[in-house]
Design a protein around this ligand. Sequence first.
Ligand code: GP9
Ligand code: MN
Length: 617
Amino acid sequence: MFNFKKLFINYIDIFVFFFVILAKILTYGKQLDSLYFSYSAILPQAIASIILIIAFSIFIRDKHRSKFLFACNVFITLIIISDLTYFRYFKDVISIPVLINGLMLGAVGGSVNSLFHVKDLFYGLDLITIYPLLKLIPKTEQIVLKLKSKAEIFSFLIIISTSIISPKLYELSIDQPRLISSMYNRVFVVEKLGTLNYHYLDVYNSLSASITKRIPISKAKEDQIQTFLLTNSSATNNYYGKEKGKNLIIIQVEALQQFAINSTIEGKEVTPNLNKFLGRSLYFDNYFYQVAAGGTSDAEFISNNSLYPAASGAAYFLYAGNEFNSLSKELKSQGYDTAVLHGYKENFWNRNEIYKKFQFNNFFSEKSYNIDETVGLGLSDKSFLDQSIDKIKSLNKPYYSFVITLSSHFPYDDVKKYGNFNVGSMDGTQLGNYLKAIHYTDEQLGMFLQRLDSEGILKDSVVVLYGDHSAITKDNAEQLAKFENIEGVNDLSWIKLQKVPLIVHFPDESIKGVNSIYSGQIDLYPTLSNLFGLNVKSLMGQDLLNSNSGNVIFRNGSFINDSVYYTSQSNTYYNVKTGEKLAETAELKDRKEDTLNKLNYSDSILNHNLFKTFENK
Ligand code: GP9
Ligand code: MN
C-alpha cells in the first residue's frame, strides 16, 4: 500500500514552504491594499507562483532541497518587508531599477526607520518557530526518485502553474494592454497576480528592457515623436516673451502640499506668508505633482524638462548620460547665468552628474554653505535661504536660480526645532508634525521673499514656487480627510488631496488671481518657455497661459481633468464633480490610450536619447 506517512515526512519541507509562503502572500496583499484586495481572486495566482519554485526544487537532493526552500523563504520574507516599507512612502512596490539606483531612500535613514513597522517582523515568525520544529520529526526511509521521475513531476508542476497563470496574464493584457510590458502600475500587477509573480515579471522585464534599449528605435517612430513634439508646442500668443530678459527664481519646496495653503488651526494660518504672497501672484489651485519613484528628483526633472519621470526607478540615475533640452540650457542660450541651490549632499539623487547634463553653470550644494544650524535632514531652511540670497546676487544678470528647500522633509520629527505652532489635537501625529514643519518652512520662505522684495530683486524677477510631492502617507489618509472636512477617503478624494500649489509672481504684478486649470509639473516649463520667449520645441506639457482646459497624466497611466478621473489602479472612471463612477465610453478609452501613448513617447525619448538624435538632424 502507498505509504502516505513516508511521503509526507519525506516532503514535509515542500508542504511547509507551500503553506507558509501562501499565507505570507495573502496577508501581504491584504496589507498593501485593503480596499480592492480579495483573497479568492488572488489565491490561484499565488498558488501558481509558489508551485513554480517547488518545481525547480524537485531536482535538488532532499537535504539540500530543504535548505534551498528555506533560503527562498528568507528571501521572499525580506522582499515582502522591503516592499511594505517602500510602499508606505512611495505608494509603490520595489522594482529592479529602484534597487539598481542604490536604494536612495536608504540614504535617508530616518525615513526608513519611521516607515519600518515592527509588526512586519511577523512575516519571519515561521523561520524561528516552524522550521526548528521540523528538525524534531523522526527520520523515515528516504524516497529516492530517478531523474526521469523528477523530470515528470517537474513538467507536471510547470503545466499546472502556467495553466493557472496564463489566462490571468491574458485577461490583464486585454484590460490594460501595456501594463505587463511597461509595468506603469506595479501595485495593480501585485494585486492581480500576487507579489511573487510581480517580482518574476519585474526581473524578466528588466532583463528584456536592457536588451531592447540596445535595439534601435524605428525611423517611423522617431518621426512620429518629433511630429508630436512640434505640434504640442505650436506657437502660442498670449504673453509670448512678456518676461524676456527678466531673472527667473524657481523655489521647489519640500513636501509643500496644497491642503496646507489657506488652512487654519484654531484660527491661526498654517502658511500665513505664502497666503499673503498668493494675493500678489497668479495661483494655480488645481496643480498636481507627477512624480514617481524618484521623489524630489522627479519633481525637479519634470519641471526642468517637461518630460515624464522614468517608468521604473529615478530618471536622475537612469538617464544621466542623455542629452536634454532643459530650461537651464535654453535660458543659457539667451545669455542667462544659471544655478541650482540646495543645502544637501551634492551626490544625493545623482544631482552632481545630472545638473551638468541640464547645463547649469553652478551647483551650490551643502559644500558651499556654512552648516551652522540643522533641521531634519540637514541645513535648516532658515540658514539655507538666508545664505542663498548672496549666492543668487553673485550671479550675472539675467539669471535662473533653482532653489530647493529641505527642512520640511518626511518624517517631520525634528519637532522641537519647528517653533511652537499649535496644532491642537493633532499634536504628535504625522499630520500634526507635518503642519508644524511646513509652518516653519513658510516662515523662512516669508523672510526670503521679503528680502527679495526689499533688495529690489522681486521687481526684476519672475518668482515661481511649488511643492515637490506628497507629504502625508496613505496610512494617514483618514486623518487628513478629517482635517480637510472630507467624509471618507476614496480614489477620487485621495487624488484630489495630491495637489501641490503653483505660485507665479510677476515682476510688475500685472497678472494675479486664481487659475483653476487642471495642470501638473510637466506644464511649468512650457508656460515659462512662452513667458520668456524661448520657443522650445521638445516639451510634453502645455502652456497654462494659453490653454482653456488641462489634463494631468500620472506615471501609472491614471489621468484627471475637470470632468473625469481615471484610475489605472482599478481601471475605473469617476465623474470629477459628482464622484459617480462612469462606464467606459469609446471617447474615454481613447483618452486612456492617448495617456499611454504620451508616456510611451516620453519613455522612448529617454530610452533612446532622442534629443541627441533630433539635434543632429
Ligand atoms: C534631499 C531631498 C530628499 O536632497 O531632496 O529627497 P526626497 O526623499 O524627498 O525624494
Ligand atoms: Mn522631496
